[in-house]
Design a binder for this molecule. Structure first.
Ligand code: 3DU
Length: 206
């Protein structure tokens, strides 16, 4: 679940209510900026936390951000791959036992402008640099399949399900390991029922 709910109390309530239907919580800037980085630690007491900071910087800054996130309880950190091999390697090294996931092609329409044109290249670079997985778009399942051909057994986490129009089972069928769902769960009137619905949809194709 992508937990972009900016009210900390509500975010924790949703997280608790869906915890048995999800594999991890992805936390992004909206919740960290409104409620502080201690949310990483609080949520990590419930389940695995993936820090979606889309880190894109020089190696030293990447290292400082990844180390900080992991020390607060993150199990994984998402970084951009366009920064090149030195920054990607710095992320992998700083993560230690935690996982680094690299963005390939972004799921929104603008993702086609630049990221799509270099997605395969970035996937190959990520493999070389030792990342544990990739972010690829559920809004374009055929692109998940393209990335899968390059990365072997590494993980693919796929955002764009629900609010952005993608379907979790289509993403899984195309080669995704996990679907990322945000607003369609935390913004729903009944987040627990919504999470169960996505879990059922995924199980139907496993
Ligand atoms: O659209 P949703 O509400 O299900 O949220 C999707 C989340 O995944 C959100 O945190 C967004 O920042 C992140 N994400 C994408 O949507 C697309 C990407 O290519 C990468 C990350």
């Amino acid at each position: 679940m992508a937990l972009d709910e900016t009210n900390g109390e509500k975010a924790l309530k949703v997280a608790e209510s869906v915890s048995d239907y999800i594999d991890a919580i992805k936390i992004n800037w909206p919740l960290v900026l409104s409620e502080g980085p201690q949310m990483i630690t609080r949520l990590s007491e419930l389940t695995d936390v993936i820090c979606d900071f889309k880190v894109a910087d020089i190696p030293n800054t990447v290292k400082l951000i990844v180390e900080n996130a992991v020390s607060r309880g993150a199990s994984a950190v998402i970084v951009h791959a366009f920064t090149g091999d030195d920054s990607l390697k710095a992320a992998v090294e700083a993560a230690g036992d935690a996982e680094i996931f690299a963005v390939t092609e972004m799921s929104h329409p603008g993702g086609k402008m630049f990221t799509a044109k270099h997605a395969e290249e970035m996937a190959r670079l990520g493999v070389e640099c030792g990342v544990k997985g990739f972010i690829a778009p559920a809004t374009r399942p055929e692109r998940i399949a393209d990335i899968r051909k390059i990365i072997g057994d590494l993980k693919i986490l796929s955002p764009g399900v629900g609010a952005q129009g993608g379907k979790a089972s289509d993403a899984i069928n195309a080669g995704a390991t996990y679907a990322i769902v945000g607003r369609a769960i935390y913004g729903s009137d009944d987040p627990r029922a919504a999470a169960k619905g996505f879990a059922d949809d995924i199980r139907s194709v496993l």
